[in-house]
Design a protein around this ligand. Structure first.
Ligand code: ADP
Ligand code: MG
Length: 723
């Protein structure tokens, strides 16, 4: 009741944050990677031949030599024991979107009462967690509950510190007995490989020799909210669903834009530094940090890394933020829309591809030959996003992200590409034919010699575009703050694989038929931009106009998760992912099913919480206030004074609405059943969501009326501004 809220306010006022743990003259450089089984550590501890073999796998994509596993395991164990590890864990990424780990002790009893530290190669390479309670979308029968984890050599192992004992963590894939992917890492590795093969074909055509190991690079920008833990614990909705299901808009919102890039509050800065210190130890290159648009909202962005490592680090980063926030008396919220009426949180996925020799292939470069190559890779992106925009939308579909996408604060659900003025200009001219000129930069022709130098940082940045070119990469802005980056990366990698395959084949054929290479490139670029240029849009993505224009251009506008998920099981999607061996049809269907299940589960939890809080917290508070007013009226009447009934009436009307809305929500919940996933998800969307909205509307209007000392839940004002 209200006592909890009032106590929370007192506790927040009395709270003293812990001192930041950066030791006086400790340099970030000294602790960076301290807990990582890095290349340097391996070089020092592994026999030379073993080291070479492992590095060939990591850097050149060569198959792992099974003979080296024992040697690596033994070195890894010694290193981890020195770091105070008592256990090891295969870490995997099931389809809940969370991180899972199964811990085992290093120590085996040896019969004489002592224990021996054991860690064999086969234990490093493969694990067998009982996995029956992870979502599998029908892939694993319950009688065959085993799942297998397999070591991802390319993502470094690390020691995770914990006051109760350290653990050696080994990033792994998670598959069923039949080899079907039950996780996010498996398809990521598969898609990276598929994209790499076709990128390498194109690079070979451009005259590069011995191109190896082209991978995706990903730099995720993580937005999050911080609230004081006392308030967090006094809000069962935040605690259990990650967002406030009630809460009237505060008198002061974000309209002053005074938080964005403002000075970081001291307490938050302490938290950020502490977090960064932990991230550095784990080799996570945390780089930028700043306030975001909404009050209480912040962002952290590590330097980009190879896709699968970035994905693993992103998961670790989220866990670390949560743990350190707790230590600093706060809760870190990753929900896409924890507070209505202020901006939600996203996770921009910055994407490029390349390798250590060539860098990012999406850098325009400063000689014309690079430039033509750059335009080819750009064209591949444009073509892929045009053909498979629906799949990109599906890759970020969730009940929680639905609150944000298309809500005039995040990109619209229509997936389009922003190129910026200059690059758009170049492609417009390519569309018209060969000879072209670039804005103020003289004439150019895509046939090498006279191409202009493209700027690496186009001045214009369009915040409303879901897929924007930003100088040396594309930035996919639709992913939600809570989501793993793997889904988006898998999708981008795969549509790139298809586009690059197409381009490579066209160019190879043209050249084989005697066409000169430059002309073949020129023709192909013209063809692609003519057929796929409709996906390019440089205007305001929030405008009404764009909705209409996009429809006229035939671009899908998949507003909700239930509109988007069916994209996963279209014939073209199943064919695409099958062809590049990223997902077989069973895996596609399982992901579709899981998407529906998670959607219905999320909304189901929210609906039950809404009902419970509405009935047990808000309704009683409003009734108490109504009673107070009624007693006041009765007392005035008894004293022979004219009683003003308006206050009583003002509370009674929304109170009646609340009762009605609660009753409706209750019956909508009763109609929720055990039917198949699509029916459950549809019921959640069409019955539960509107019923919850009605309860909230009535409750929020009561919040503006009921006496403050009776109100049970910490208010938006309190939660957002007290940091
Ligand atoms: P902004 O907010 O201006 O978009 P940030 O600095 O917050 O930029 O984040 C940009 C992200 O993009 C960082 O994670 C950065 O490492 C990443 N990034 C930069 N270059 C590339 C690239 N070539 N490929 C992938 N990601 C990149
Ligand atoms: Mg940023």
């Amino acid at each position: 009741g209200n006592a909890v809220r009032l106590q929370a306010i007192k506790d927040v006022e009395a709270y003293v944050p812990p001192a930041v743990s950066f030791v006086d003259d400790e340099k970030p450089g000294e602790i960076f990677g301290q807990n990582v089984f890095s290349k340097a550590v391996m070089q020092k501890r592994l026999p030379k031949s073993v080291y070479k073999s492992v590095i060939a796998t990591i850097e050149k994509g060569k198959p792992l030599d099974p003979m080296v596993a024992d040697a690596v395991a033994s070195a890894m164990k010694d290193w981890a024991l020195e770091k105070g590890a008592t256990h090891y864990a295969h870490v995997f990424y099931p389809l809940t979107g969370l991180t899972a780990e199964k811990h085992d002790s290093f120590f085996d009893p040896v019969g004489d009462g002592s224990a021996l530290a054991e860690f064999a190669g086969k234990t490093l390479v493969q694990g067998e967690p009982d996995a029956s309670s992870f979502p599998n979308g029908g892939l694993r029968n319950t009688f065959e509950a085993r799942g297998y984890t397999g070591w991802d050599v390319t993502s470094p192992a690390y020691v995770l510190e914990n006051p109760n004992g350290n653990t050696l963590c080994i990033p792994t894939v998670f598959v069923s007995m039949t080899g079907d992917a039950l996780d996010h890492k498996t398809p990521l590795l598969r898609s990276q490989q598929a994209m790499g093969v076709h990128a390498e074909r194109i690079l070979t055509l451009f005259g590069h020799e011995n191109v190896e190991n082209i991978v995706s690079f990903c730099g995720p920008e993580q937005e999050y909210f911080l609230v004081d833990r006392h308030f967090f614990l006094a809000r069962p909705d935040l605690l259990n669903s990650g967002r406030t299901l009630f809460g009237a808009k505060p008198p002061k919102g974000q309209e002053f834009d005074d938080h964005y890039f403002g000075a970081i509050p001291e307490r938050v800065l302490g938290f950020m530094m502490d977090t960064e210190r932990e991230l550095f130890k784990l080799g996570i290159p945390a780089k930028t940090r700043h306030n975001e648009v909404a009050p209480g909202q912040f962002e952290i962005a590590p330097m980009f890394e190879r896709g699968n490592i970035a994905a693993d680090h992103q998961q670790l980063l989220m866990t670390t933020l949560k743990t350190i926030a707790k230590k600093h008396g706060m809760a870190c919220l990753f929900h896409e829309k924890p507070f209505d009426g202020v901006n939600g949180s996203g996770k921009h996925v910055n994407f490029s591809l390349g390798n250590s020799d060539l860098g990012s292939l999406l850098v325009p470069g400063d000689n014309p030959h690079d430039n033509a190559q750059f335009l080819v890779f750009c064209a591949a992106v444009i073509r892929g996003v045009h053909k498979y925009g629906g799949l990109l939308r599906a890759s970020v579909a969730s009940a929680t992200n639905d609150h944000r996408l298309g809500a005039n604060e995040a990109p619209p659900a229509i997936i389009s590409v922003f190129l910026g003025d200059q690059l758009a200009g170049v492609f417009e001219q390519i569309a018209k034919g060969a000879a072209t000129s670039s804005k103020g930069k003289g004439t150019m022709k895509i046939g090498v010699d006279t191409l202009p130098v493209l700027p690496t940082d186009p001045g214009d940045r369009n915040r409303t575009s879901p897929f924007a070119f930003t100088g040396n990469r594309f930035e996919f802005r639709a992913p939600g703050s809570m989501q793993t980056v793997s889904g988006p990366i898998v999708t981008i990698n795969t549509i790139m694989a298809e586009s690059l395959d197409y381009i490579a084949t066209e160019l190879e054929t043209a050249v084989a038929n005697g066409t000169d290479f430059d002309t073949a490139v020129q023709n192909l670029l013209t063809e692609i931009i003519t057929n796929h240029g409709d996906v390019v849009f440089n205007g305001d993505g929030y405008s009404e106009n764009w909705q209409n224009e996009a429809a006229a251009r035939g671009l899908p506008n998949l507003r909700t998760t239930l509109d988007a998920l069916p994209e996963l099981i279209t014939e073209s999607a199943v064919e695409l992912f099958g062809k590049y061996q990223v997902f077989n049809h069973r895996e596609m269907h399982s992901r579709y099913e899981i998407g529906l299940e998670q959607y219905a589960l999320t909304i189901g939890v929210e609906a039950r919480l809404t009902l419970e809080l509405g009935q047990t917290s808000i309704l009683p508070a409003a009734i108490r206030y109504q009673t107070e007013l009624a007693q006041n009226v009765a007392a005035l009447k008894a004293a022979g004074v004219d009683a003003d009934l308006s206050a009583l009436e003002t509370v009674s009307a929304p109170l009646t609405n609340l009762r009605t809305a609660l009753a409706e929500l209750k019956s909508a919940l009763a109609a929720q059943g055990e039917s198949e996933a699509l029916a459950e998800a549809t019921h959640a969307k069409d019955a539960l969501l509107p019923a919850m909205a009605a309860v909230r509307a009535a409750a929020d209007s009561l919040e503006d009326i009921v006496a403050d000392d009776l109100w049970p839940l910490p208010t938006y004002q309190e939660m957002l501004y007290v940091l």
